[in-house]
Design a protein around this ligand. Structure first.
Ligand code: NCD
Length: 309
């Protein structure tokens, strides 16, 4: 194994990340956190260019990749108005990516199709980072979720992590369950029956798993509560969405039976699944999680671009 196993690599799936490799990323993320806290000016990606190729809406993910690149001295150009690009002229994803690959050193892609990031990686010579492929995966979000769990609780080993919400369409859940499956954790899946964890995911996960529709039954034993939004845009109809939403709302009252050192995380955006009054609870870590996303994405960019230029 080279000193930097991610040099020149694509980041497509959580499956790529062993605990050792997560350790490499997180160590670098902590270095950047400290450097930023000390107001150091970092310049190691000077002259490097990132393309943010977003076919789906994004606030956090595109902004945090952009901020990460800029904080390391690199530059960014976004292609997010896909309607005004060649896609509307019938260009294939592969051709769009092959073209942008001529201008950029790294491509961050979000697309509604499962497997789109893989397809992009096959078309590009430079590293491609999956920022969400439909209901497939969102590996960089899972890395920052895991980093947050480690920073908040000292590590995932021995913890019970409860996923609640839309486990069927939630790609962040899919990636994080895969990543956590390499550790000594217990996973609870809480959702309406129609939004349960996909069978292929449950088969891929190798740790203890427990499925229920009843959050109260598992909350007292939970160490990490991973709350997700019902993914409106993935539903076949508005009526189906209306029926599925609003089943689980985390409130100060509902958290009363939970542990004092519970950690509540959420990939955001939130709709109404966490009452805003919960934000003042020290156990609410979702905005700390956003900050962690910056450090983790700085680490990923620095590692994949190391020696790849
Ligand atoms: C998530 C996503 O896009 O999958 N958002 C994010 O990247 N933080 C979760 C979501 O949209 O609900």
């Amino acid at each position: 194994m080279s000193a930097n196993p991610l040099a020149g690599s694509d980041v497509l799936s959580a499956d790529q990340f062993s605990p050792d490799l997560c350790g490499v990323v997180f160590e670098r993320a902590r270095q950047y956190r400290e450097a930023l806290a000390n107001e150091e000016k970092l310049d190691e990606l000077h002259g490097r260019v990132l393309v943010n190729l977003f076919y789906e809406p994004s606030t956090r993910t595109s902004a945090s990749f952009a901020a990460a690149m800029l904080r390391l001295g690199g530059q960014v150009f976004p292609i997010s108005e896909i309607k005004s690009s060649s896609v509307t002229k019938g260009e294939t994803l592969a051709d769009t990516v092959r073209t942008l690959d001529q201008y950029a050193d790294v491509i961050v892609i979000r697309n509604p199709e499962v497997g789109a990031a893989q397809e992009a990686a096959e078309a590009a010579e430079h590293p491609v980072i999956n920022a969400g492929d439909g209901i497939g995966e969102h590996p960089t979000q899972a890395l920052l979720d895991l980093f947050t769990i480690i920073e908040e609780r000292g590590g995932p080993d021995g913890l019970t992590v409860t996923f609640v919400g839309d486990l069927k369409y939630g790609r962040t859940v899919h990636s994080l369950a895969k990543l956590l499956s390499r550790y000594d954790v217990t996973l609870n899946y809480v959702s309406p029956k129609s939004l349960g964890m996909p069978t292929e995911l449950k088969e891929a996960v190798t740790v203890g798993q427990h499925e229920t529709t009843d959050l109260e039954s598992v909350l007292p034993q939970t160490d990490v509560l991973y709350v997700t939004r019902v993914q409106q845009e993935r539903f076949p109809s508005k009526a189906a969405y209306e029926q599925a939403k609003g089943n689980y709302v985390v409130t100060p009252e509902s958290l009363e039976p939970a542990k004092d050192d519970l950690v509540v995380i959420h990939p955001l955006p939130r709709v109404d699944e966490i009452d805003r009054r919960v934000d003042a609870d020290p156990r609410a870590a979702y905005f700390r999680e956003v900050k962690n996303g910056l450090y983790v994405r700085m680490a990923l960019l620095a590692l994949v671009l190391d020696g790849a230029g």
